[in-house]
Design a protein around this ligand. Structure first.
Ligand code: NAG
Ligand code: NAG
Ligand code: NAG
Ligand code: NAG
Length: 957
């Protein structure tokens, strides 16, 4: 009898558990009358629902019985509510803007509650009374925006088997001891809560003998220290049953392995181990190879080095191996053995490896053909290593399930027979910088369903086959063929339609002819650095184009007069620089680009005035219309319409009139270039209002430009940087340290007709790196406290009518080089200082009144101040300095700009953050090609002062 009772009880409790954990499957029994819900509990649920702003309960029609609601589970016998599941669905990108809800205290009515899930509601606070629900076994409060203290009273919930507080990055935990009370815990997730101050976190978990899942990702935990009080035989019993350990994003070093292997029977049970984004260094322990049930291992983004242990070859259960971003070297010896799983050893099954990601390491040697014997392999990422040798069909012999292949940026030669028919259908193909045969690879034709294709920089020559365009499936999102030798012209395929707004990069090839209109179906189009000619009527068909770079081609004609409505509202970046466009900037055309953030029209032949409709482009961050034939006054509204403007270049046009005071409002401006125009009047005193220039150091390293593409909402970071950051000048290496825009802060007003004095306020622009006011008609003295400009690296005030002596404060500028004060009417003693003493006499020449080092004429008390009459028409010109400053303006004004799209696929698997649907990010790096300038300088400086060079006019590009 007693046995029967026990057996019944056992069965009942099993059912009980099934209920508690099986909420998703609808297990309601409509005829079951026993579990009529209790009115008080029903009212409590309704109040809880309201207080947490839970939208609506799933109430079956005409059913008053709350036990039948989808969110509720009642006990079969007593009718008490035992489970309440009010979790919300994750909504990516949505930041709660509404007020936080609360957990209503009527929750106490539900004393029999065993399962409570309020995850993803916006709650911000865990009430202490929650701790009185002592029957709770399952508690999920993950991602509820808790910003308050987590009550230590939760330690009363001793029956808890499952506790998830993850994703509450603002939650405060003052004390972690309470966790050690929860000795029934099987599942513990505190990911993304800052636990950095808990050095004893390891001891806290020591009593959790039933733990099988431990997730402490992104907690900033210190590395485990095995204190002597923890005897290895008694401690961390859970290590022998632990299945899932996720400790990514902490400060763990190799001591984590000591802990993992401290228990004698330890870690045999582990199926999933994630220690990515920590500070692991040294070799990967061989012992990991003895975790024979391990299915997923992630040690990415550490500083591990040496070879991948041979012992990994016995991980026959392994499905996923991520070792991205370490310093691993050597060969992939373990693959040979792994591929033999199930052959030699009767106990093990065939190799199950599905995902292998070893990118961003220093792995070398050849790729073993045994890779082809991993029949389950779906993604193979080996890009950015130092592999060499030939890849042949044998490497892929059995890879029929392969969908992602990345062999990019190694020294691999791809050698497939021309009629190769691969066993796979790839989704993502990344073979950039692999060496191909000379023409476009035929086997790509067999791949009919890819979404990404990157075969840039792969020495492909010849024309693009027509099957290539037709083969672009509606899935094709990204196609990158940049940096090849593809030639010929592109046919038009007017009937080709793209469903997904894809991206195309054909830059740096030898393509010619006109741009076919079907390309307007792309969202992002980079055709820069080719030989395309003709007009750009394709922009008229562009309803989805966001990113357009057509710079450095031979395009000509006027901007197209599209029929209304002109569809340029989607444009975010438009770069037409270095072409032969002419005509005016149509007001109607310009005015429709309401989302444009970077407009680059440099070095064309545009004429007329800047249209007033440009005012509509309120999001502009980069406006570069330099080196055209534009004229008229500088519009005042430039200063009031573009709050976000960072780069303004009007250089080398025919702008006239004064500098509008409104330009001083541009508080984010970092590059201000009005050089080589006919601008007159004085430099405005308000110039010190340019906030970004009056702050030292990096204010904003990146211009962030976001646009929407077919793949979702993308954020694009345009970083202006200069890969060749040093320049030769007069035999000395002149380091232009400003490799990031954050440090490039320049004013270039040279070669105009500015008069009046240099405003004293200019010395408040302490962030300024380069100041060029040369070739104007400036009078008066150099501001006395110019030495406050401590960030200054180049200063050119030459060829003006400045008088007075050189302020002593100049010697305070530590990195000033070069400087040019030649051809003014300066007089008196040249100040000295460590930096100034490195200059030679040319810096000062054409100022007859100057004396002292480095000039020949030493100062004597009898040196009379010279007459202040300006020496107009100076004959002696320091052309080096002139061209240097010109070129500085030239380069920072984004002249020979090329834009590289780095398609960063690693974000696809960005498990580091908790946003579930973050799509890929694109990094757009805008680099300034300075190599040509360096060459120009070398020729200039070698030839000495070449007065044959034109004083005004364009530099060759
Ligand atoms: C309890 O309820 C579940 C689902 O409503 C049902 O499948 C099960 O048979 C019931 N058990 C008892 C003992 O009534
Ligand atoms: C691979 O790298 C290791 C260590 O950097 C080096 O000793 C070895 O010679 C390299 N092997 C090959 C085949 O290049
Ligand atoms: C620029 O345009 C003007 C006027 O349309 C024309 O006279 C001149 O030849 C053009 N220059 C170039 C370099 O195309
Ligand atoms: C830097 O950029 C951010 C975002 O674009 C902006 O909010 C901030 O004001 C900028 N800071 C400066 C100093 O320009």
């Amino acid at each position: 009898m007693s046995f029967k009772v026990h057996a019944l009880f056992f069965v009942l409790s099993l059912l009980h558990m099934k209920l508690a954990f099986g909420l998703d499957s609808n297990v309601k029994d409509a005829n079951n009358n026993i579990n009529r819900c209790i009115e008080r509990e029903k009212q409590a649920i309704l109040q809880i629902q309201q207080s947490i702003h839970f939208s609506s309960l799933t109430i079956p029609k005409r059913d008053e019985d709350c036990c039948k609601w989808k969110e509720v589970q009642c006990d079969n016998q007593t009718g008490h509510v035992i489970a309440l599941d009010l979790h919300k669905k994750p909504l990516p990108f949505v930041v709660p803007s509404y007020e936080a809800g609360t957990i209503n205290d009527s929750l106490i009515e539900l004393q029999y509650l065993e399962h409570l899930d309020l995850s993803l509601n916006y709650l911000s606070h865990i009430p202490e009374f929650l701790a009185s629900l002592t029957n709770l076994r399952h508690l999920n409060l993950s991602r509820t925006n808790i910003s308050d203290t987590v009550p230590f009273q939760l330690g009363n919930l001793v029956k808890l088997e499952y506790l998830d507080l993850s994703g509450n990055s603002f939650a405060k935990i003052e004390n972690l001891k309470w966790v050690s009370n929860l000795s029934s815990l099987e599942y513990l997730d505190l990911s993304m809560i800052n636990l950095s101050k808990f050095d004893d976190w390891l001891e806290t978990t020591n009593s959790l003998n039933k733990l099988s899942t431990l997730k402490l990702g992104g907690c900033d935990l210190p590395s485990p220290t095995l204190s002597p009080s923890l005897s290895p035989s008694n401690s961390f019993k859970y290590l022998s049953i632990l299945k899932d350990l996720d400790v990514h994003g902490n400060r763990f070093n190799a001591s984590v392995f000591q802990w993992l292997f401290s228990h004698n029977t330890s870690t045999d049970s582990l199926l999933y181990l994630n220690i990515s984004y920590n500070q692991l260094y040294g070799l990967i322990p061989e012992a990991i190879g003895s975790m024979k049930f391990l299915e997923r291992l992630d040690l990415s983004y550490n500083r591990l080095e040496g070879e991948i242990p041979k012992s990994f070859g016995s991980l026959c259960s392994l499905k996923m191996l991520y070792l991205i971003g370490n310093k691993l070297s050597g060969q992939l010896g373990f693959l040979e053995m792994l591929s033999r799983c199930g052959h030699d050893d009767q106990d093990s099954s065939a190799p199950r490896l599905k995902d292998l990601d070893l990118r961003f390491n220093k792995l070398n040697g050849t790729l073993p053909e045994s890779i082809g014997n991993l029949p389950e392999l779906e993604s193979l990422y080996l890009g950015r290593n130092m592999f060499a040798g030939v890849i042949s069909e044998a490497h892929f012999s059995q890879l029929s399930k392969l969908t992602s292949l990345d062999l990019s940026s190694n020294s691999l030669v791809l050698n497939f027979s021309s009629d190769w028919s691969p066993p796979f259908q790839l989704d993502a193909i990344s073979l950039s910088s692999c060496k191909w045969g000379s023409h476009f690879p035929d086997w790509i034709q067999t791949q009919t369903n890819y979404s990404e294709l990157d075969i840039s920089n792969a020495s492909i020559s010849g024309t693009l086959p027509s099957w290539f365009w037709k083969g672009l499936s509606s899935k094709s999102c990204r196609v990158n063929l940049a940096h090849n030798q593809i030639n010929g012209s592109l046919e038009d395929y007017p009937s080709l339609k793209f469903a997904s707004n894809p991206e195309l990069n054909l830059s740096w090839n030898h393509l010619e002819g006109s741009i076919p209109s079907f390309l307007s179906g792309f969202t992002s189009l980079d055709l820069s650095n080719n030989k395309f000619s003709g007009s750009i009527s394709l922009l008229c068909g562009a309803t989805s184009l966001s990113f357009v770079d057509l710079s450095n081609n031979r395009l000509s004609g006027e901007l197209p007069k599209c029929d209304n409505p002109i569809p340029l509202g989607s444009l975010v970046i438009l770069d037409l620089a270095n072409n032969n466009f002419s005509g005016t900037l149509f007001p109607a055309w310009i005015g429709t680009m309401i989302n444009i953030q970077a407009l680059q029209l440099r070095n064309n032949n545009f004429t007329g005035q800047v249209p007033h409709t440009l005012k509509n482009c309120r999001k502009l961050q980069v406006l570069d219309v330099g080196e055209n034939e534009l004229s008229g006054p500088i519009p005042e509204w430039i200063g009031t319409s573009f709050e976000d403007l960072i780069v303004l270049s009007l250089r080398s046009n025919h702008f006239n009139g004064g500098i509008p005071l409104q330009l001083c409002n541009l508080s984010r401006l970092q590059i201000f270039d009005l050089s080589a125009n006919n601008i007159s009047g004085a430099i405005p005193n308000c110039i010190n209002n340019l906030n970004a220039l009056s702050e030292k150091g990096n204010t904003n390293e990146t211009i962030s430009i976001s646009y929407t593409s077919g793949v979702g909402s993308l954020t694009t970071y345009a970083t202006i940087f200069d890969p060749e950051a040093s320049m030769n000048w007069k035999g000395n290496v002149y380091e232009y340290n400003s490799s990031l825009l954050g440090k490039v802060k320049n004013i270039d007003l040279s070669d105009n007709k500015l008069n009046g004095e240099i405003p004293r306020e200019i010395s408040k622009l302490v962030g300024l790196v380069s100041l060029n006011l040369s070739w104007n008609r400036l009078i008066g003295q150099i501001p006395l406290d110019i030495g406050n400009l401590e960030s200054l690296q180049t200063l050119d005030l030459s060829n003006n009518q400045l008088n007075g002596s050189i302020p002593k404060s100049v010697s305070k500028i530590p990195r000033l080089y070069p400087m040019n004060l030649s051809n003014n009417s300066l007089w008196g003693e040249i100040p000295t200082g460590p930096q100034l003493d490195t200059f030679d006499g040319e810096v000062y020449q054409g100022n007859p009144g100057l004396c002292g080092y480095p000039l020949e004429n030493s100062c004597s008390p009898s040196n009379p101040p010279p007459s202040t009459t300006a020496s107009d028409g100076n004959e002696v010109v320091d052309m080096d300095c002139f061209y240097l400053s010109m070129a500085l303006g030239y380069s920072v004004g984004l002249s020979a700009v090329f834009v590289t799209l780095l398609l960063n696929t690693s974000w696809r698997r960005s498990y580091f953050n908790f946003l579930s649907n973050v799509n890929d990010w694109i990094y757009v790096k805008v680099a300034i090609n300075k190599a040509k300038l360096c060459e120009l300088f070398k020729t200039l400086t070698n030839n000495g002062n070449q007065s044959a060079l034109p004083r005004q006019g364009r530099l060759p590009s």
